[in-house]
Design a protein around this ligand. Sequence first.
Ligand code: GLN
Length: 382
Amino acid sequence: MHVTSKLPQVGTTIFTVMSGLAQAHGAINLSQGFPNFDPSERLQRLVFEHMRRGANQYSPMPGLLRLRERIAEKMERLYGRALDPETEITITAGGTQAIFCVIAAFVHPGDEVILIEPCYDSYRPSVETVGGVAVPFALSAPTYRIDWEALKRRITQRTRMICINTPNNPTGTLLREEDMLSLSRILKDTDILVMSDEVYEHIIFDGEQHASVLRYDDLYERSLCVYSFGKTYHNTGWKTGYCIAPPELMREFRKVHQFNVFSANHPIQAALADFMADPSEYAGLAEFYQQKRDRFQQAMAYTRFKPIPCKGTYFQLYDYSAISDEPDLDFCKRLTVEYGVAAIPVSSFFSHKQDDKIIRFCFAKTDDLLEQASERLSKVKV
Ligand code: GLN
Protein backbone atom coordinates (compact mmCIF):
# COMPACT_ATOMS: atom_id res chain seq x y z
CA MET A 1 0.00 0.00 0.00
CA HIS A 2 1.31 3.41 -0.84
CA VAL A 3 0.07 6.16 1.45
CA THR A 4 0.67 9.83 0.74
CA SER A 5 0.83 11.41 4.18
CA LYS A 6 -1.12 14.60 4.74
CA LEU A 7 1.37 15.40 7.50
CA PRO A 8 4.75 14.18 6.24
CA GLN A 9 6.73 16.29 8.74
CA VAL A 10 4.69 15.22 11.77
CA GLY A 11 5.73 12.51 14.19
CA THR A 12 4.24 11.77 17.59
CA THR A 13 3.39 14.86 19.67
CA ILE A 14 6.16 15.88 22.07
CA PHE A 15 3.72 15.53 25.01
CA THR A 16 3.32 11.81 24.34
CA VAL A 17 7.03 11.35 23.66
CA MET A 18 8.19 13.05 26.87
CA SER A 19 5.51 11.57 29.13
CA GLY A 20 6.41 8.14 27.69
CA LEU A 21 10.10 8.69 28.38
CA ALA A 22 9.35 9.93 31.90
CA GLN A 23 7.32 6.81 32.60
CA ALA A 24 9.90 4.46 31.10
CA HIS A 25 12.61 5.94 33.36
CA GLY A 26 10.51 6.52 36.46
CA ALA A 27 11.24 10.27 36.17
CA ILE A 28 9.26 13.10 37.74
CA ASN A 29 7.06 14.23 34.88
CA LEU A 30 7.05 18.03 34.55
CA SER A 31 6.68 17.74 30.78
CA GLN A 32 3.08 17.32 29.58
CA GLY A 33 0.76 19.85 31.21
CA PHE A 34 -1.53 18.20 33.72
CA PRO A 35 -1.97 18.30 37.51
CA ASN A 36 -0.79 15.39 39.67
CA PHE A 37 -3.75 15.97 42.02
CA ASP A 38 -7.42 15.15 41.65
CA PRO A 39 -10.45 17.27 40.85
CA SER A 40 -12.85 18.13 43.67
CA GLU A 41 -14.55 15.16 45.39
CA ARG A 42 -17.90 16.87 44.96
CA LEU A 43 -17.40 17.20 41.21
CA GLN A 44 -16.41 13.54 40.94
CA ARG A 45 -19.50 12.51 42.90
CA LEU A 46 -21.71 14.66 40.69
CA VAL A 47 -20.50 12.80 37.58
CA PHE A 48 -21.37 9.47 39.20
CA GLU A 49 -24.76 10.74 40.38
CA HIS A 50 -25.62 11.92 36.89
CA MET A 51 -24.64 8.52 35.51
CA ARG A 52 -26.94 6.88 38.06
CA ARG A 53 -29.70 9.29 37.08
CA GLY A 54 -29.45 8.33 33.42
CA ALA A 55 -27.17 10.85 31.73
CA ASN A 56 -25.63 8.02 29.75
CA GLN A 57 -26.71 8.65 26.16
CA TYR A 58 -25.76 11.42 23.73
CA SER A 59 -26.05 14.94 24.98
CA PRO A 60 -27.56 17.46 22.55
CA MET A 61 -25.11 18.14 19.70
CA PRO A 62 -24.07 21.67 20.90
CA GLY A 63 -23.93 20.49 24.53
CA LEU A 64 -26.31 20.57 27.51
CA LEU A 65 -28.18 23.85 27.49
CA ARG A 66 -27.93 24.00 31.29
CA LEU A 67 -24.16 24.02 31.09
CA ARG A 68 -24.13 26.59 28.29
CA GLU A 69 -26.29 28.85 30.46
CA ARG A 70 -23.80 28.63 33.32
CA ILE A 71 -20.98 29.49 30.91
CA ALA A 72 -22.92 32.48 29.57
CA GLU A 73 -23.39 33.75 33.14
CA LYS A 74 -19.70 33.35 33.88
CA MET A 75 -18.58 35.13 30.72
CA GLU A 76 -20.92 38.02 31.33
CA ARG A 77 -19.69 38.36 34.90
CA LEU A 78 -16.01 38.20 33.96
CA TYR A 79 -15.78 39.84 30.54
CA GLY A 80 -18.98 41.84 30.30
CA ARG A 81 -20.35 40.12 27.23
CA ALA A 82 -23.95 38.87 27.13
CA LEU A 83 -23.90 35.61 25.14
CA ASP A 84 -26.86 33.65 23.81
CA PRO A 85 -26.27 30.12 25.11
CA GLU A 86 -28.41 28.69 22.29
CA THR A 87 -26.41 30.14 19.43
CA GLU A 88 -23.00 31.27 20.67
CA ILE A 89 -21.68 28.42 22.84
CA THR A 90 -20.82 24.82 21.96
CA ILE A 91 -19.43 22.24 24.37
CA THR A 92 -16.49 20.30 22.90
CA ALA A 93 -14.39 17.25 23.67
CA GLY A 94 -11.62 19.47 25.07
CA GLY A 95 -9.71 22.49 23.80
CA THR A 96 -7.73 20.65 21.14
CA GLN A 97 -10.89 19.34 19.46
CA ALA A 98 -12.39 22.83 19.50
CA ILE A 99 -9.24 24.26 17.90
CA PHE A 100 -9.34 21.62 15.18
CA CYS A 101 -12.98 22.34 14.39
CA VAL A 102 -12.39 26.11 14.30
CA ILE A 103 -9.64 25.60 11.73
CA ALA A 104 -11.46 22.91 9.72
CA ALA A 105 -14.67 24.95 9.55
CA PHE A 106 -13.08 28.06 8.04
CA VAL A 107 -9.74 27.29 6.40
CA HIS A 108 -10.00 26.36 2.73
CA PRO A 109 -7.18 24.67 0.78
CA GLY A 110 -4.47 27.25 0.12
CA ASP A 111 -5.71 29.67 2.78
CA GLU A 112 -3.02 31.08 5.03
CA VAL A 113 -3.17 30.95 8.82
CA ILE A 114 -0.79 33.10 10.83
CA LEU A 115 0.63 31.27 13.84
CA ILE A 116 2.39 33.34 16.48
CA GLU A 117 5.17 31.06 17.65
CA PRO A 118 6.07 29.46 19.98
CA CYS A 119 2.56 27.98 19.98
CA TYR A 120 0.75 24.82 21.01
CA ASP A 121 1.77 21.97 18.75
CA SER A 122 -1.69 21.14 17.38
CA TYR A 123 -2.24 24.40 15.50
CA ARG A 124 0.01 23.76 12.55
CA PRO A 125 -1.00 20.13 11.86
CA SER A 126 -4.67 21.15 12.13
CA VAL A 127 -4.12 23.80 9.43
CA GLU A 128 -2.22 21.38 7.23
CA THR A 129 -4.75 18.56 7.61
CA VAL A 130 -7.35 20.70 5.90
CA GLY A 131 -4.98 21.93 3.19
CA GLY A 132 -4.23 25.33 4.69
CA VAL A 133 -0.80 26.95 4.78
CA ALA A 134 0.68 27.80 8.16
CA VAL A 135 2.52 31.13 8.20
CA PRO A 136 4.71 31.18 11.30
CA PHE A 137 5.52 34.46 12.99
CA ALA A 138 8.30 33.67 15.44
CA LEU A 139 8.77 35.65 18.66
CA SER A 140 12.05 36.00 20.53
CA ALA A 141 12.99 35.05 24.06
CA PRO A 142 12.94 36.23 26.75
CA THR A 143 10.06 38.73 26.35
CA TYR A 144 8.21 37.09 23.45
CA ARG A 145 6.62 40.45 22.66
CA ILE A 146 4.57 40.80 19.51
CA ASP A 147 5.53 43.55 17.05
CA TRP A 148 2.10 44.01 15.50
CA GLU A 149 3.40 46.13 12.63
CA ALA A 150 5.81 43.37 11.66
CA LEU A 151 3.01 40.86 11.99
CA LYS A 152 0.82 42.98 9.76
CA ARG A 153 3.37 42.56 6.98
CA ARG A 154 2.65 38.80 6.98
CA ILE A 155 -0.95 39.43 5.99
CA THR A 156 -1.71 38.66 2.34
CA GLN A 157 -4.79 38.26 0.16
CA ARG A 158 -4.86 34.59 1.24
CA THR A 159 -4.77 35.17 5.01
CA ARG A 160 -7.87 33.59 6.47
CA MET A 161 -7.12 33.37 10.16
CA ILE A 162 -4.72 34.35 12.89
CA CYS A 163 -4.30 32.23 16.01
CA ILE A 164 -3.65 33.94 19.33
CA ASN A 165 -3.20 32.44 22.79
CA THR A 166 -3.29 34.27 26.13
CA PRO A 167 -2.10 33.36 28.75
CA ASN A 168 0.42 31.71 26.49
CA ASN A 169 1.52 28.11 26.44
CA PRO A 170 4.51 27.68 26.55
CA THR A 171 5.86 31.17 27.31
CA GLY A 172 3.66 32.19 30.27
CA THR A 173 3.28 35.67 28.72
CA LEU A 174 0.03 37.62 28.44
CA LEU A 175 -1.57 39.71 25.73
CA ARG A 176 -2.60 43.05 27.19
CA GLU A 177 -5.14 45.67 26.24
CA GLU A 178 -2.69 47.41 23.86
CA ASP A 179 -2.07 44.10 22.05
CA MET A 180 -5.78 43.54 21.59
CA LEU A 181 -6.22 47.07 20.25
CA SER A 182 -3.31 46.59 17.84
CA LEU A 183 -4.76 43.29 16.66
CA SER A 184 -8.10 44.92 16.18
CA ARG A 185 -6.49 47.73 14.19
CA ILE A 186 -4.56 45.50 11.80
CA LEU A 187 -7.61 43.34 11.09
CA LYS A 188 -9.97 46.23 10.49
CA ASP A 189 -11.58 46.12 7.03
CA THR A 190 -10.40 42.53 6.42
CA ASP A 191 -12.26 39.20 6.52
CA ILE A 192 -9.59 37.61 8.67
CA LEU A 193 -10.88 35.48 11.54
CA VAL A 194 -9.29 35.07 14.96
CA MET A 195 -8.91 31.77 16.77
CA SER A 196 -8.42 32.87 20.38
CA ASP A 197 -7.11 30.09 22.59
CA GLU A 198 -7.99 31.16 26.15
CA VAL A 199 -7.80 27.82 27.93
CA TYR A 200 -5.68 29.26 30.76
CA GLU A 201 -8.04 32.23 31.30
CA HIS A 202 -8.18 31.75 35.11
CA ILE A 203 -4.47 31.13 35.63
CA ILE A 204 -3.10 34.70 35.64
CA PHE A 205 -0.67 36.11 38.18
CA ASP A 206 0.41 39.29 39.92
CA GLY A 207 -3.02 40.89 39.77
CA GLU A 208 -3.15 41.05 35.97
CA GLN A 209 -6.43 40.84 34.04
CA HIS A 210 -7.25 38.37 31.30
CA ALA A 211 -7.53 40.27 27.99
CA SER A 212 -10.26 38.03 26.60
CA VAL A 213 -11.38 38.67 23.04
CA LEU A 214 -14.88 38.72 24.54
CA ARG A 215 -14.12 42.16 25.98
CA TYR A 216 -13.68 43.74 22.52
CA ASP A 217 -16.70 44.11 20.22
CA ASP A 218 -14.81 44.53 16.97
CA LEU A 219 -12.61 41.51 17.72
CA TYR A 220 -15.41 39.30 18.97
CA GLU A 221 -17.37 39.64 15.73
CA ARG A 222 -14.53 37.87 13.85
CA SER A 223 -13.45 35.44 16.59
CA LEU A 224 -13.88 31.90 17.79
CA CYS A 225 -12.71 31.54 21.39
CA VAL A 226 -11.61 28.26 22.89
CA TYR A 227 -11.83 27.28 26.59
CA SER A 228 -11.10 24.21 28.67
CA PHE A 229 -12.56 22.78 31.87
CA GLY A 230 -9.51 20.57 32.36
CA LYS A 231 -7.20 23.44 33.30
CA THR A 232 -9.76 25.06 35.58
CA TYR A 233 -11.04 22.04 37.50
CA HIS A 234 -7.92 19.80 37.44
CA ASN A 235 -9.43 17.20 35.11
CA THR A 236 -7.56 17.35 31.80
CA GLY A 237 -8.42 13.68 31.20
CA TRP A 238 -12.15 14.42 31.14
CA LYS A 239 -11.55 16.10 27.78
CA THR A 240 -14.26 18.73 28.04
CA GLY A 241 -14.09 22.31 26.84
CA TYR A 242 -16.11 24.80 24.83
CA CYS A 243 -16.08 27.22 21.97
CA ILE A 244 -17.69 30.67 21.92
CA ALA A 245 -18.41 32.64 18.74
CA PRO A 246 -21.02 34.94 17.24
CA PRO A 247 -24.04 33.04 15.81
CA GLU A 248 -23.00 33.17 12.13
CA LEU A 249 -19.54 31.78 12.92
CA MET A 250 -20.89 29.27 15.44
CA ARG A 251 -23.26 27.88 12.78
CA GLU A 252 -20.27 26.99 10.61
CA PHE A 253 -18.32 25.64 13.58
CA ARG A 254 -21.18 23.27 14.44
CA LYS A 255 -21.36 21.92 10.89
CA VAL A 256 -17.90 20.46 11.46
CA HIS A 257 -18.23 19.69 15.18
CA GLN A 258 -21.36 17.54 14.64
CA PHE A 259 -19.50 15.23 12.26
CA ASN A 260 -16.27 15.29 14.20
CA VAL A 261 -17.49 14.12 17.62
CA PHE A 262 -21.25 14.83 17.40
CA SER A 263 -21.34 15.79 21.08
CA ALA A 264 -19.19 15.81 24.22
CA ASN A 265 -19.35 13.53 27.28
CA HIS A 266 -22.84 13.76 28.76
CA PRO A 267 -22.50 12.95 32.51
CA ILE A 268 -19.48 15.23 32.76
CA GLN A 269 -21.41 18.11 31.23
CA ALA A 270 -24.30 17.54 33.64
CA ALA A 271 -21.93 17.52 36.61
CA LEU A 272 -20.10 20.65 35.43
CA ALA A 273 -23.42 22.48 35.07
CA ASP A 274 -24.18 21.83 38.76
CA PHE A 275 -20.64 22.62 39.80
CA MET A 276 -20.42 25.90 37.90
CA ALA A 277 -23.42 27.23 39.74
CA ASP A 278 -20.86 28.06 42.44
CA PRO A 279 -18.30 30.51 40.99
CA SER A 280 -16.07 30.13 44.04
CA GLU A 281 -14.97 26.80 42.56
CA TYR A 282 -12.60 28.59 40.19
CA ALA A 283 -12.15 31.90 42.04
CA GLY A 284 -9.00 30.87 43.94
CA LEU A 285 -7.22 29.30 41.00
CA ALA A 286 -4.90 32.21 40.20
CA GLU A 287 -3.61 32.42 43.80
CA PHE A 288 -3.31 28.64 43.99
CA TYR A 289 -1.06 28.49 40.93
CA GLN A 290 0.80 31.71 41.74
CA GLN A 291 1.93 30.07 44.99
CA LYS A 292 3.12 27.06 43.04
CA ARG A 293 4.98 29.25 40.55
CA ASP A 294 6.71 31.08 43.41
CA ARG A 295 7.53 27.90 45.28
CA PHE A 296 8.98 26.27 42.17
CA GLN A 297 11.04 29.37 41.32
CA GLN A 298 12.36 29.57 44.89
CA ALA A 299 13.40 25.93 44.85
CA MET A 300 14.94 26.32 41.39
CA ALA A 301 17.03 29.29 42.59
CA TYR A 302 19.55 26.67 43.81
CA THR A 303 20.09 25.40 40.25
CA ARG A 304 21.91 26.83 37.24
CA PHE A 305 18.67 27.21 35.29
CA LYS A 306 17.61 30.80 34.58
CA PRO A 307 13.87 31.57 34.80
CA ILE A 308 11.97 33.45 32.10
CA PRO A 309 9.22 35.62 33.70
CA CYS A 310 5.89 33.77 33.91
CA LYS A 311 2.63 35.77 34.19
CA GLY A 312 0.14 32.99 33.60
CA THR A 313 -0.53 29.30 32.76
CA TYR A 314 0.99 26.50 34.81
CA PHE A 315 4.20 26.47 32.78
CA GLN A 316 7.56 27.96 33.70
CA LEU A 317 10.31 28.37 31.12
CA TYR A 318 13.96 27.98 32.04
CA ASP A 319 17.05 28.92 30.04
CA TYR A 320 19.74 26.25 30.37
CA SER A 321 22.42 27.96 28.29
CA ALA A 322 24.68 28.27 31.36
CA ILE A 323 24.61 24.48 31.66
CA SER A 324 24.84 23.09 28.15
CA ASP A 325 24.76 23.92 24.47
CA GLU A 326 23.06 20.64 23.55
CA PRO A 327 19.95 20.90 21.37
CA ASP A 328 16.93 21.32 23.66
CA LEU A 329 15.35 17.97 22.76
CA ASP A 330 18.57 16.08 23.52
CA PHE A 331 18.95 18.04 26.74
CA CYS A 332 15.38 17.17 27.83
CA LYS A 333 15.95 13.52 27.08
CA ARG A 334 19.19 13.53 29.06
CA LEU A 335 17.52 15.31 32.01
CA THR A 336 14.86 12.63 32.05
CA VAL A 337 17.20 9.65 31.77
CA GLU A 338 20.15 10.87 33.86
CA TYR A 339 18.51 13.16 36.43
CA GLY A 340 14.95 11.87 36.58
CA VAL A 341 13.05 15.04 35.62
CA ALA A 342 11.14 15.41 32.34
CA ALA A 343 10.49 18.76 30.62
CA ILE A 344 9.41 19.94 27.16
CA PRO A 345 11.90 21.43 24.66
CA VAL A 346 10.52 24.79 23.51
CA SER A 347 11.76 24.19 19.94
CA SER A 348 8.76 21.83 19.63
CA PHE A 349 6.51 24.89 19.63
CA PHE A 350 8.23 26.42 16.58
CA SER A 351 7.70 25.40 12.93
CA HIS A 352 11.37 25.94 12.21
CA LYS A 353 12.54 24.32 15.46
CA GLN A 354 14.07 27.54 16.80
CA ASP A 355 16.35 26.38 19.61
CA ASP A 356 16.98 29.09 22.23
CA LYS A 357 18.17 26.59 24.88
CA ILE A 358 14.92 27.01 26.74
CA ILE A 359 12.75 24.26 28.20
CA ARG A 360 9.28 24.20 29.75
CA PHE A 361 8.38 22.77 33.15
CA CYS A 362 4.79 22.21 34.29
CA PHE A 363 4.30 23.31 37.91
CA ALA A 364 0.75 21.95 38.30
CA LYS A 365 2.17 19.53 40.84
CA THR A 366 2.09 19.02 44.57
CA ASP A 367 4.74 21.07 46.42
CA ASP A 368 6.68 18.00 47.52
CA LEU A 369 7.07 16.89 43.91
CA LEU A 370 8.17 20.35 42.79
CA GLU A 371 10.77 20.43 45.54
CA GLN A 372 12.00 16.95 44.74
CA ALA A 373 12.32 17.87 41.06
CA SER A 374 14.28 21.04 41.88
CA GLU A 375 16.57 19.09 44.17
CA ARG A 376 17.36 16.72 41.30
CA LEU A 377 17.86 19.64 38.91
CA SER A 378 20.33 21.27 41.30
CA LYS A 379 22.65 18.34 40.55
CA VAL A 380 22.74 18.99 36.82
CA LYS A 381 26.36 19.57 35.80
CA VAL A 382 27.80 21.70 33.03
N1 GLN B 1 -1.77 21.37 26.69
C1 GLN B 1 -0.91 20.45 27.37
C2 GLN B 1 0.53 20.90 27.30
O1 GLN B 1 0.86 21.83 26.64
C3 GLN B 1 -0.93 19.05 26.86
C4 GLN B 1 -1.97 18.68 25.90
C5 GLN B 1 -1.65 17.34 25.28
O2 GLN B 1 -0.93 16.55 25.83
N2 GLN B 1 -2.16 17.13 24.14
O3 GLN B 1 1.34 20.26 27.91
